[in-house]
Design a protein around this ligand. Structure first.
Ligand code: FES
Length: 56
């Protein structure tokens, strides 16, 4: 599912970024570009990061 339409980032890409070593929302944002444009996706993106970090 697309989390960020501006940058075309999916929840899978956010998870992969975490599995590959990102350990914060900020790092995921830098790695994927999520929420770097309109910012509407920030809430959902943060939630995906939080959920993924809590089960890594
Ligand atoms: Fe993510 Fe616009 S939808 S920055």
């Amino acid at each position: 599912m697309y989390v960020c339409l501006c940058q075309g980032v999916t929840d899978g890409q956010i998870r992969d970024a975490i599995y590959e070593g990102c350990c914060s929302y900020r790092e995921v944002r830098e790695a994927t570009g999520v929420a770097t444009r309109c910012g509407k996706c920030a809430c959902v993106a943060k939630q995906v990061v939080r959920e993924t970090l809590s089960d890594v």
